[in-house]
Design a protein around this ligand. Structure first.
Ligand code: GLU
Length: 317
């Protein structure tokens, strides 16, 4: 066996503790666990509590409790920081993000952005396809091809990363070859807000890399983010993991489930289902079962096959 084949698979589930998990979150949790455990790998639970206004410890506790109710045990991470790569909550990892930002600063590709939210809305039209706004580069300094000179007169609202006109191409485990043009589809993106809050894109790369994650499995909404993250992996000198993006779970009206919408959150699901019934429903949604029948996590693990996962952006339930 080659050296590469002997590398352990390390996957992760990285919930934001801003509410009770819903069926979509649990779908991702179960599949990332199956993907890793069907290959004897390590499953990490990382708490993505970067946003101090929305993150609450009580939600992290509920996430852990709901995962355990399903039988999803993590090998590393969680609130008690099991493992060698802690802390496993992003709120405790600022020093690592600081070091990464410092490295990017030293490459001369970051700059202060003074734009207020209102200015960003006014000057950057939302993309037709997904409503994202691509930053037009109004605060880019001359050494990065822009016209803005740093000023003391205005408050710094964010630190941005310069992106070149380059297409990032990667192979998604479900969607295959994916092309994202950094210049026209992403634009210079935020690494840190003026109030000190770290941006998800930077934090997730530092965390996945430092935690030795080899497979990132998550929702389809983050497909384009993977290109931003691959760009950061390269700049920071980290190995790029495999990416697998799962369909988003939607309600009957075709809207993506949110933590605010209570009908399919874990509180309701646990009232109606036993764990093995819910696993059966998830196995069926994932194309692993022909019908939604009771099944154990171990049975699902035996039949798990990434090739059977649906190649669709949404599953409406
Ligand atoms: N924290 C993100 C969420 O809960 C997931 C980020 C990721 O998996 O990269 O949606």
């Amino acid at each position: 066996m080659s050296e590469i084949n002997r590398m352990p698979v390390v996957g992760r589930f990285a919930p934001s503790p801003s509410g009770r998990m819903h069926l979509g979150n649990v779908f991702t949790a179960v599949l990332s666990w199956l993907s890793v455990k069907s290959r004897g790998g390590v499953w990490v639970l990382r708490i993505e509590d970067l946003d101090p206004m929305r993150s609450k410890r009580v939600f992290s506790e509920m996430i852990e409790e709901d995962l355990l109710w399903l039988g999803l045990e993590w090998d590393e991470g969680g609130l008690d920081d099991r493992g060698l790569h802690g802390p496993y909550s992003q709120s405790g990892r600022g020093g690592l993000y600081e070091a990464a930002l410092h490295k990017l600063d030293s490459l001369g590709i970051t700059y202060p952005c003074y734009c207020t939210r209102g200015e960003l809305m006014a000057t950057n039209a939302p993309h037709q396809s997904d409503g994202r706004r691509v930053y037009g580069g109004s605060c880019r300094p001359p050494y990065l091809g822009g016209t803005m000179t740093p000023t003391m007169d205005r408050a710094v609202r964010a630190t941005r990363l310069f992106v070149p006109d380059e297409t990032i191409i990667f192979e998604d485990g479900i969607f295959g070859a994916t092309h994202v043009d950094l210049g026209s589809e992403v634009g210079d993106f935020v690494l840190r807000r003026g109030d000190g809050a770290w941006a998800y894109q930077l934090a997730v790369v530092v965390d996945d890399a430092e935690m030795g994650v080899t497979e990132v499995m998550r929702g389809f909404d983050l497909l384009q983010s993977s290109a931003q993250q691959i760009y950061l992996y390269r700049l920071l000198g980290y190995d790029v993991p495999e990416f697998v993006h799962l369909p988003l779970i939607c309600n009957r009206d075709g809207q993506r489930l949110s933590k605010r919408d209570g009908s399919l959150n874990m509180e309701a699901l646990r009232r109606y289902y036993k764990a093995e019934d819910l696993l059966g429903r998830i196995g069926y949604m994932a194309g692993l079962l022909d019908k939604p029948e009771r099944v154990s996590l171990n049975q699902l693990k035996e039949i798990y096959d990434v090739a059977r996962l649906p190649r669709t952006e949404r599953i409406c339930v």
